[in-house]
Design a protein around this ligand. Structure first.
Ligand SMILES: C[S@@+](CC[C@H](N)C(=O)[O-])C[C@H]1O[C@@H](n2cnc3c(N)ncnc32)[C@H](O)[C@@H]1O
Length: 289
């Protein structure tokens, strides 16, 4: 019997990540909350008799609030949201903190949905979305009071370039908040390949490699928050949301697709829970301090 050689997980281009998001847009909505970053969970949250999507969205909004607190963003200020997804973190922050937000993403499907949500929330005048690659941002130098990238860095093939771009767009003295997915336990090539295929992630760095990327970008690390304990409940909620939508997924994409997803999603969520970490880093450009 011949064994299939395992190909090490390759770096993805932004075009490949964008194509993955365009193709997976509908599915992403059916396995996450309103946002697509990890939630901040409190004991007993998952025992509440509410739909899993509602529980996930509430925990995600709590995490968004925590990130706003870390950035200490003030009413009237302008935040750049790099990798804005369907716009919910931007809209939540704009509503709660009375700020302006510009969101960017490489996925046109996400931007269309984000603009729809902004209009529905009556906030299209101060929350705007447009195309933009984190590693080559279209925004002017020094034009934002704060910048964040929530769960978009796992997709970047050159995180140092991404960090430098975030710093370039921030005004002197501004803070930046970036979340990183890490290898908490060393991952095999097969697991990294699974993450690339399931979620379009580039190979995940270790905690020390993240610190090296921040140093290489010339940024000062002001605070690190290890939020890894919130991965497991988020993955549990995603698994439940998937089950709630499974019949719809089978109807839309076909039963063989849903059968494959049953195993692929479960394996990937188990990997994220057992072997990865979640870091939120508050950063500052030393030249701007
Ligand atoms: C896991 S989702 C998180 C979305 C959003 N930040 C949230 O918390 O709901 C990752 C986001 O990063 C975006 N992304 C991936 N690669 C990117 C790149 N090179 N430049 C800009 N955005 C990117 C994706 O399109 C998606 O919006």
């Amino acid at each position: 019997m011949t064994s299939t050689p395992v190909v090490p997980a390759a770096l993805l281009t932004s075009a490949e990540v964008a194509a993955w998001y365009e193709a997976s847009d509908e599915l992403c909505k059916m396995i996450s909350g309103d946002s697509f970053h990890y939630g901040l969970w409190q004991p007993g949250d998952l025992d509440e008799p509410l739909p899993a999507r509602q529980l996930a969205t509430r925990a995600q909004n709590r995490m968004t609030d925590f990130f706003c607190d870390l950035l200490a963003i003030e009413p009237g200020e302008h935040l750049l949201d790099v990798g804005c997804g369907h716009g919910s973190p931007a809209l939540h922050a704009a509503h709660e903190r009375r700020i302006q937000v510009t969101g960017c993403s490489i996925s046109q499907a996400q931007l269309t949905e984000a603009a729809r949500r902004a209009t529905a929330a009556g906030m299209a005048d101060r929350v705007r979305f447009g195309l933009g690659d984190a590693m080559d941002l279209p925004h002017e130098t020094g034009s934002f009071d704060a910048v964040w990238a929530l769960d978009s860095f796992p997709h970047l093939n050159d995180p140092v370039k991404g960090l430098r771009e975030l710093a370039r767009t921030a005004r002197p003295g501004a803070s930046m908040l970036v979340t990183f997915y890490t290898q908490r336990v060393p991952a095999t090539d097969a697991e990294l390949t699974m993450c690339r295929d399931a979620f379009a992630f580039c190979p995940l760095p270790t905690h020390d490699q993240v610190l090296g990327q921040i140093r290489a970008a010339g940024l000062t690390l002001e605070q690190t928050h290890d939020l890894s304990e919130h991965i497991a409940p988020t993955c549990q909620a995603y698994g439940r949301i998937y089950q709630d939508n499974r019949a719809l997924i089978a109807e839309k994409f076909g039963t063989p697709y849903a059968d494959t997803m049953d195993t692929a999603l479960a394996d990937t969520l188990t990997f994220l829970t057992d072997k990865t970490g979640y870091l939120a880093c508050l950063l500052r450009h030393p030249a701007h301090s």
